[in-house]
Design a protein around this ligand. Structure first.
Ligand code: GAR
Length: 191
C-alpha cells in the first residue's frame, strides 16, 4: 500500500496504544502505516510490538542530553524514514518547542482524561478524588504546552462506585485503544 501515510510513533513504556494502532493498520482501508517506532526508554516493552512486525525502531535514553539535542536526534530519525505524521503513545517526555513546531498540525497525542481536565499525571486518581461522574480520554494536536492543543476526538466512560485508579484506568484504556486508531486515520486523511 504505497499510498498510506507514513507514521512515526513515540513511546516510553508498555505500548498498548501502539499495539492498537498496529492492529488497526492490518485493515485494508487503513490510511496510515507505522514505519518507525521511537522510544526514549531503551528497553520499553512496547518496542517488541514493532520488532515482531519487522518495523524499524530507534531507542535511546535521553539521560545526559539536552532536551532540544535529544529531540533533534529523534527528528532526524523520523525524517530519515520519510515520516509524514507523528503519534505520541505514552511518550512521557516534554517536547522542545522546535520539535513541536517542525511537526505542527501533523502530530497527535492521546491523554487519559477529558481534556482540558487533568493534564499531566495521575489523571484517574484525580478524577475519582474530585467526585466526577465521568472520565475518559482525549486525542489532541500537539502544541508546546503539555497535554494541550486542539482536541480532535474524545471518549467518555462512567466513574462507578468503588472504582480505584486501576479499575478506572482499565475502563479508559479500552476506549483509548478504540479511539486512537480512528483519530490517527482521521488526521492523516486531512494531510
Ligand atoms: C496511556 O494511558 C496514555 O493515554 C497515557 O499513558 C498511557 C500509555 O499506555 N499518556 C499520557 O498520560 C500522556 N500525557 P501505553 O504505553 O500502554 O499506550
Amino acid at each position: 500500500m504505497a499510498d498510506r501515510t507514513r507514521v512515526g510513533v513515540l513511546i516510553s513504556g508498555r505500548g498498548s496504544n501502539l499495539k492498537a494502532l498496529l492492529d488497526a493498520q492490518a485493515s485494508a482501508d487503513c490510511p496510515y502505516e507505522i514505519a518507525l517506532v521511537v522510544s526514549n526508554v531503551e528497553d520499553a516493552p512496547g518496542l517488541d510490538f514493532a520488532r515482531a512486525l519487522g518495523i524499524a525502531t530507534f531507542a535511546k535514553a535521553h539521560k545526559g542530553m539536552k532536551r532540544a539535542e535529544f529531540d533533534a536526534l529523534v527528528d532526524a530519525e523520523l525524517r530519515a524514514h520519510n515520516i509524514e505524521a507523528v503519534a505520541l503513545a505514552g511518550y512521557m517526555r516534554l517536547l522542545s518547542p522546535g520539535f513541536v513546531e517542525g511537526w505542527a498540525g501533523r502530530m497527535i497525542n492521546i491523554h487519559p482524561s477529558l481534556l482540558p481536565l487533568y493534564k499531566g499525571l495521575d489523571t484517574h486518581q484525580r478524577a475519582i478524588e474530585a467526585g466526577d461522574a465521568k472520565h475518559g480520554c482525549s486525542v489532541h494536536l500537539v502544541t508546546a504546552e503539555l497535554d494541550d492543543g486542539p482536541i480532535i476526538a474524545q471518549a467518555e466512560v462512567p466513574i462507578l462506585p468503588g472504582d480505584t485508579p486501576d479499575t478506572l484506568a482499565a475502563r479508559v484504556l479500552v476506549e483509548e485503544h478504540r479511539l486512537y486508531p480512528l483519530a490517527l486515520a482521521e488526521l492523516v486523511r486531512t494531510l
